[in-house]
Design a protein around this ligand. Structure first.
Ligand code: KIV
Ligand code: NA
Length: 279
């Protein structure tokens, strides 16, 4: 496969071919996504929780994101990469945001950046895209703003909120975003936004009418302990946690019973029995 570029994404959009995007947070998870033919790999700030064990995304630093972005970039040969700008790295002013975006490209080795926000972020999106860095916008439920949204709530449910979503979508498109993530929005509203726009929408919890979809890789793989809360939109495509437990428990039991290592896992000796007896 040829590397996915911004032109590839545009042509998929024109043809109505859905864009498949997935997060990755390190070399192995990026390798898997790329190998499976994913179009866009996102180093989401969700890695704060899924890779670093933080409470929410507000804790992760740009420097920490950059380390993970670099490892993802090393494994991603085909997919178009997106580095998520973490909270605190882009809000102060467009110049500050551009400085962070440049670091995402130069140090993180990403092909594009993502930032949360609608109309209010238009000057920032414009500043970054003018510098030649593609921007993926993110509207609807914006997790970095959970405290001002009053938690993880579905957006665009009533007329005023749906209208705001549409205005945000137009604003980020006008500002030069190459696509926009639409998170936790009723399917009908997300479909309408998709129809009105001339850039792709990437849905997460936004129904089947978007131009593409994104999920957090550890969630869709089922790579988490039982009992963890998951949003309604997550479909569990695997049971990686179950498979890991099976394998690790079997290894542990084999060590305890001395079933492992077996002769086939053991190096032969080069000495004769006589030589060994003297040694
Ligand atoms: O951080 C993340 O993983 C994201 C996607 C789920 C859109 O922002
Ligand atoms: Na994110």
């Amino acid at each position: 496969r040829k590397p996915v570029t911004i032109n590839t994404l545009q042509s998929m959009y024109r043809k109505g071919e859905p864009i498949a995007m997935l997060t990755a947070h390190d070399f192995p998870s990026a390798h898997a996504a790329d190998h499976a033919g994913i179009d866009m790999v996102l180093v989401g700030d969700s890695l704060a929780m899924v890779a670093l064990g933080m409470e929410d995304t507000s804790e992760v630093l740009l420097d920490e994101m950059l380390l993970h972005c670099r490892s993802v970039a090393r494994a991603t040969k085909t997919a178009f990469t997106v580095g998520d700008l973490p909270m605190g790295s882009y809000e102060i002013n467009p110049e500050h945001a551009l400085t962070s975006a440049i670091r995402m490209i130069k140090e993180g080795r990403m092909k594009s950046v993502k930032l949360e926000g609608g109309a209010e972020m238009a000057p920032t999106i414009s500043k970054i895209t003018t510098a030649g860095i593609p921007v993926l916008a993110h509207i609807g439920l914006t997790p970095q703003r959970q405290n001002s949204l009053g938690g993880f709530r579905v957006q665009g449910k009533n007329t005023a909120s749906a209208l705001k979503l549409l205005e945000d979508a137009y604003a980020v498109q006008e500002a030069g975003a190459y696509a926009v993530v639409v998170e936790a929005v009723p399917a009908e509203v997300a479909s309408l936004v998709t129809k009105k726009l001339s850039i792709p929408t990437i849905g997460i919890g936004a129904g089947n009418g978007c131009s593409g979809q994104v999920l957090v890789q550890v969630d869709m793989l089922g790579n988490y302990p039982p009992g963890r809360f998951l949003p309604k939109f997550v479909k569990k495509y695997g049971n990686v946690w179950g498979e890991s437990m099976r394998a690790i428990e079997a290894y542990r039991a084999d060590v305890k019973s001395r079933a492992y290592p077996a002769p086939e896992h053991t190096y032969p000796m080069g000495m004769s029995k006589e030589e060994f007896a003297e040694f």
